[in-house]
Design a protein around this ligand. Structure first.
Ligand code: SF4
Length: 232
């Protein structure tokens, strides 16, 4: 059985000058961004397991410890023998600051804090996945992109299974009845490991007679093209 690993205070590089250059919609307020970034407290829980089965519709981890019912994820991890499931958060300080500022009518600060919070958790997820990739390279293993519940046909209702798989994240990240996480700036995801380099691209559907893939397959909640094919 895989161990649930935990890291607090993972270093996420942040340069406010660079951030405002690459995020034109963000107010060019470097002093405020620097002050807000001090409220970012990254914490992550992760667990790696063998992939026991992937039939194109469902991906099962070792000993049925987790079953991912998703053609999107199954296709994205098609070449993988192992997978890492993770839950990470930037903590509650920054979202709480945003909520307090909004309540006190400091709407500019509230908006910047919320904006930064949304980007901070993505920056953290990117930095942490890159860290795991660095650890895996000497073993000749290559990571896929990360997949989160609520994307493609992987339903948000899969969240409780992820939290169970991660032993409840020591209650440092909590899940509400409608599958929302607290602290609110948190992410759960799965990424696969393959002995073949993985193209950093999310999978497309079958583009068959059933559906020509006109829409964005990453936003497709059915992946019916695949389910129809599998019923063949
Ligand atoms: S049903 Fe269409 S939109 Fe959905 S995944 Fe398949 S090809 Fe993409």
């Amino acid at each position: 059985m895989g161990t649930v690993n935990h890291l607090q205070q993972f270093h996420v590089p942040f340069d406010a000058e660079q951030f405002v250059q690459s995020h034109k919609e963000c107010p060019q307020d470097v002093p405020l961004l620097d002050a807000l970034w001090k409220m970012v407290h990254p914490a992550v829980f992760w667990r790696e397991e063998l992939i026991a089965e992937n039939d194109g519709v469902c991906l099962r981890l070792y000993h049925n410890t987790l079953c991912v019912q998703s053609c999107y994820v199954a296709k994205g991890l098609a070449q993988c023998s192992r997978a890492t499931v993770l839950a990470l958060t930037i903590g509650s300080a920054l979202p709480q600051f945003a909520a307090n500022a909004a309540a006190e009518g400091r709407l500019y600060e509230a908006a910047v804090a919320d904006y930064l919070g949304s980007h901070a958790v993505e920056l953290f997820a990117d930095a942490f996945c890159a860290y795991l990739q660095q650890q895996a390279l000497p073993k000749g293993m290559y990571a896929t992109l990360r997949y989160s519940p609520g994307y493609g046909d992987w339903a948000l209702s899969a969240q409780p299974d992820i939290f169970q798989f991660l032993n409840g994240c020591r209650n440092k990240i909590q899940l509400s009845e409608n599958y929302l996480m607290e602290p609110v700036k948190s992410i759960t995801a799965i990424m696969g490991w393959s002995d073949k380099w993985q193209k950093p691209e999310y999978p497309h559907g079958e583009h068959n007679a059933f559906c020509n893939g006109g829409h964005n397959c990453a936003a497709c909640v059915t992946w019916a093209c695949r389910k129809v094919r599998n019923q063949g």
